[in-house]
Design a protein around this ligand. Sequence first.
Ligand SMILES: [Zn+2]
Length: 97
Amino acid sequence: MISDRDTPAWICSDCASKVTKKKPCCACYHMDICEVCNEWKEVTQPRDYGYPKIKPKYDKIKILNSLENVKQLYIDKGQNYDAQQIEKRIVQWATFM
Ligand SMILES: [Zn+2]
């Protein structure tokens, strides 16, 4: 979830592989905002990469744009429930920071 700690709560494999050669053996990926590149991607916990030394970044505009794009994709596909879940995330991020 959203945090302001020294390590990101969620990281994508692209960002993780830039700072560590470690490969996760049992990572459990899900779709969310990567707290390093701020894009909507498959993410997992940094723990799965041995806690790489990497600071989370929160570019609010980029995060909200990423989420708006995903919401629009769901709306286009008629997946209203999923679009509502994304809308909740938008509200969370909009009120964070
Ligand atoms: Zn990333």
